[in-house]
Ligand binder design. Structure first.
Ligand code: HEC
Length: 199
């Protein structure tokens, strides 16, 4: 009897630490979620990068147009190709387009990833299980790091091409997405996977 009492007390902090009040929990490793997430995020990266490289080779100003007019549409297109109710988004604390602003689950994932990077770890992904409007989803997060090619549009404003910076400012007056250095954690690709897709 006494033993049971002790173990039930011990169980309380454990439950609190993994079940958040806002319907969120963290999954260590579900191979199916990781596989779907990996596939979806790679597909988006490949699509966006392909368009970006093509446009930059013409002119950086044209590349801005690609990011501005096409990024969200290309994301939608990848989503449609993936089908099965999978949803995909790019997000960051320092977002450029307000449509990419993180929701509360994304904020928590971004914070966790930031902490891991600060601790010198190099997480390849993070997986949450969340409830959205009564439906359960797995959320796979793929961290994105700043590479050389990104600095042109997300780097130190004083070193950026003046015309390019002016163009960015005019399209995104509230832009937060500059001031990054090579290797910085820039944000994530978030893939939402309906629970029923995972057996
Ligand atoms: C030619 C300029 C340009 C380059 C190069 C570029 N970006 Fe962006 N980036 C943008 C623009 C413009 C947006 C806003 C897109 C939109 O309106 O949806 C953006 C948005 C993003 C977002 C979505 C969150 C937000 O801020 O709205 C992420 C994440 C991102 N970029 C990461 C990167 C990474 C990583 C690289 C390098 C591999 C990169 N970008 C290279 C211009 C650029």
């Amino acid at each position: 009897m006494k033993k049971l009492f002790v173990s039930s007390i011990l169980a309380i902090p454990i439950l609190i630490s993994c079940e958040h009040s806002n319907n969120i929990s963290y999954i260590d490793n579900n191979p199916q979620v990781v596989q779907i997430g990996e596939q979806a995020s790679k597909k988006l990266l490949k699509t966006l990068k392909g368009e970006l490289v093509k446009a930059i080779s013409k002119s950086p100003y044209e590349a801005i147009e690609v990011c501005n007019k096409k990024a969200l549409n290309l994301t939608k297109k990848v989503e449609e190709e993936l089908n099965h109710g999978i949803k995909i988004k790019r997000t960051s604390f320092k977002y450029r387009n307000p449509s990419n602003k993180p929701d509360e689950y994304e904020e928590e994932a971004l914070e966790k990833l930031e902490e891991l990077f600060e601790e010198g770890k190099n997480p390849e992904y993070l997986v949450q299980k969340v409830k959205e409007n009564g439906k359960t989803y797995y959320r796979y997060y793929k961290p994105l790091k700043i590479q050389n090619v990104c600095l042109m549009c997300h780097g130190d404003p004083s070193k950026m091409d003046k015309k390019l910076l002016a163009k960015i400012k005019s399209l995104y007056p509230e832009d937060k997405a500059t001031g990054y250095k090579l290797g910085d954690f820039r944000g994530v690709i978030r893939v939402s996977i309906p629970e029923e897709l995972v057996k």
